[in-house]
Design a protein around this ligand. Structure first.
Ligand code: AMP
Length: 114
């Protein structure tokens, strides 16, 4: 897979507002936020899209969800609610081909998404 700017963020070659990190996951604020709280949770090992993930990545994908939920809880959004989104490829709205989970919180979300 060709490298994306998220690999450079992981290596600290591009600055980002990092809000969470562990051995497997990095989370940082989206540069173009779509909600008062908009954080991206990414695996440190790049996977291009959700369609490229396999059963061996099930635990890692689950951890992205749980770390997003834990962050939302810590930041006081759990009771009000929030949205997590993973866009897949062109029609899904994916622009960076390094899998990432969007956490959006702090405003009322509409449905269906545009
Ligand atoms: P997606 O469209 O689902 O692939 O989401 C990619 C997200 O990455 C977008 O919401 C962008 O605003 C965000 N993004 C792009 N470049 C950066 C950056 N340097 N730092 C933080 N977020 C970024």
């Amino acid at each position: 897979m060709s490298e994306t700017l998220f690999s450079k963020i992981i290596r600290r070659e591009i600055a980002a507002d990092i809000v969470y990190e562990d051995d497997e996951i990095l989370a940082f604020r989206d540069i173009d936020p779509k909600a008062p709280c908009h954080v991206l949770f990414i695996p440190k090992t790049p996977i291009a899209t959700l369609d490229d993930a396999g059963p061996e990545q099930a635990a890692l994908l689950g951890r992205l969800m749980l770390e997003a939920a834990a962050y939302a809880r810590r930041e006081g959004f759990a009771e009000r609610g929030y949205r997590v989104v993973m866009n897949c490829r062109d029609e899904g709205g994916q622009s960076v081909y390094h899998i990432h989970l969007h956490l959006l919180a702090g405003r009322q979300m509409g449905w269906p998404p545009g």
